[in-house]
Design a protein around this ligand. Structure first.
Ligand SMILES: [Zn+2]
Ligand SMILES: [Zn+2]
Length: 137
């Protein structure tokens, strides 16, 4: 079981199973929303996530709806409209020590990567310019 919360703890959640994978997304929307070079998403089966208080949703693009804490602004989730069965949880909101979290397996949307950010060498994660074969994960 995994759990997590936003920075102010107003929004929290539990997950009945560990994440299936972690992905570092370098797309412009993730970069700006995170205020950081990329956003790490931990993917879970949507039905495995139980929100104790629902986060505020924002339809960021036609492709995805994101959510955040209305009190502190922390990014919480991202769900793709074409596959509602899987949800990306902002990995930095996960509580430490509750469950084994896998290392990120992919960097995606590297064609939108911040020019000032250099990818860590030897992190073992695959590098894809776009969404790539991510669909097949
Ligand atoms: Zn908060
Ligand atoms: Zn992204």
């Amino acid at each position: 079981m995994a759990s997590g919360s936003c920075a102010c703890h107003y929004i929290s959640y539990t997950a009945s199973n560990p994440p299936t994978c972690l992905v570092n997304c370098h797309c412009t929307t993730c970069r700006k929303q995170a205020g950081a070079p990329y956003q790490t998403w931990a993917f879970f089966a949507t039905e495995d996530i139980q929100w104790h208080v629902n986060p505020t949703e924002r339809r960021a693009t036609n492709a995805a709806t994101r959510s955040f804490c209305p009190k502190c602004g922390s990014t919480l989730s991202m769900i793709q409209h074409r596959d509602l069965s899987s949800i990306g949880i902002a990995a930095g909101t996960l509580d430490e020590g509750k469950t084994q979290i896998p290392l990120p397996s992919h960097h995606i949307f590297l064609d939108e990567k911040a020019s000032w950010f250099e990818l860590p060498k030897g992190d073992g994660a695959k590098k894809w310019d776009k969404w790539g074969e991510y669909d097949k994960l």
